[in-house]
Design a protein around this ligand. Structure first.
Ligand code: PEP
Length: 248
């Protein structure tokens, strides 16, 4: 049985005051049969966990180092994230692949450490516009999946997020036909490699998901939820997306 997940990535946005959105999201989604997650900037994770304590809203982070500790100024480790009580870590987001030159090998090492620490990893894959126009989408996704997802992955601790780079933060969304094709491909690759575990892994779509397009996206085959950037910053945008997933 695949789990539905509505995940929010706040990126480098938010403030202490903005954490009040978490209380509203937690309250308004409490009765919905959907897993929910917000990943604020790591500085706010501790306070965010305090705010949602006792609620079903999970708190995660947006990256971690591949080592468990050591001389890595500015970085945080998966064991520290688990130590705080956060549950998920986003890895290989296209902004990290671009801004920090992260390779799929780096993502796999980070994911390995995250799984060993007991976290759920959300591994992001996605093609650039140039790669899509060159009809290389499935090759790119297949390569990223093969390298970034570690062998130890299980349905209980691995989530894949398909995020076409050209759809992130641009207001452009992939068509349902495009999403269907890539999600079907991802599911086939996961089943081929992980068998039953791969059949049950949650696969999210990300890229300008909004309250107005969420229901259509969630009706697409093999879409188990969404990784949401901009529309996760405010409860009034995120809650309708969670509701649409619960009703899908
Ligand atoms: C993201 O940050 O993963 C994302 C999909 O952003 P947005 O929803 O703003 O496109």
């Amino acid at each position: 049985m695949r789990r539905k997940l509505a995940a929010g990535n706040w990126k480098m946005n938010g403030s202490l005051a903005a954490l009040s959105q978490l209380n509203q999201i937690a309250r308004e989604t409490a009765s919905l049969d959907v897993e929910t997650l917000i990943c604020p900037p790591s500085l706010y994770v501790s306070e965010a966990l305090t705010r949602v304590s006792g609620n079903q809203l999970n708190i995660g982070v947006q990256d971690c180092h591949f080592e468990t500790s050591g001389a890595h100024t500015g970085d945080i480790s998966a064991s520290m994230i688990a130590d705080l009580g956060a549950s998920h870590v986003i890895l290989g987001h296209s902004e990290r692949r671009a801004d920090h030159d992260e390779s799929s090998e780096d993502v796999r090492e980070k994911a390995r450490t995250a799984l060993a620490a007991g976290l759920t990893a959300i591994v992001c894959v996605g093609e650039s516009e140039k790669q899509r126009l060159a009809k290389n989408t499935l090759d790119i996704i297949g390569g990223q999946l093969a390298i970034s997802v570690p062998d130890a992955s299980k349905a209980a601790n691995m989530v894949i997020a398909y995020e076409p780079v050209w759809a992130i933060g641009t207001g452009r969304t992939a068509t349902t036909a495009e999403i269907d094709e890539v999600h079907d491909f991802i599911r086939t690759r996961l089943k081929d490699r992980f068998g039953e575990e791969g059949a049950n892994m949650t696969v999210l779509y990300g890229g300008s998901v909004k309250p107005t397009n969420a229901a259509e996206i969630f009706a697409t085959n093999n879409v188990d939820g969404a990784l949401v950037g901009g529309a996760s910053l405010r409860a009034q945008d995120f809650v309708p997306i969670v509701r649409a997933l619960a009703e899908a």
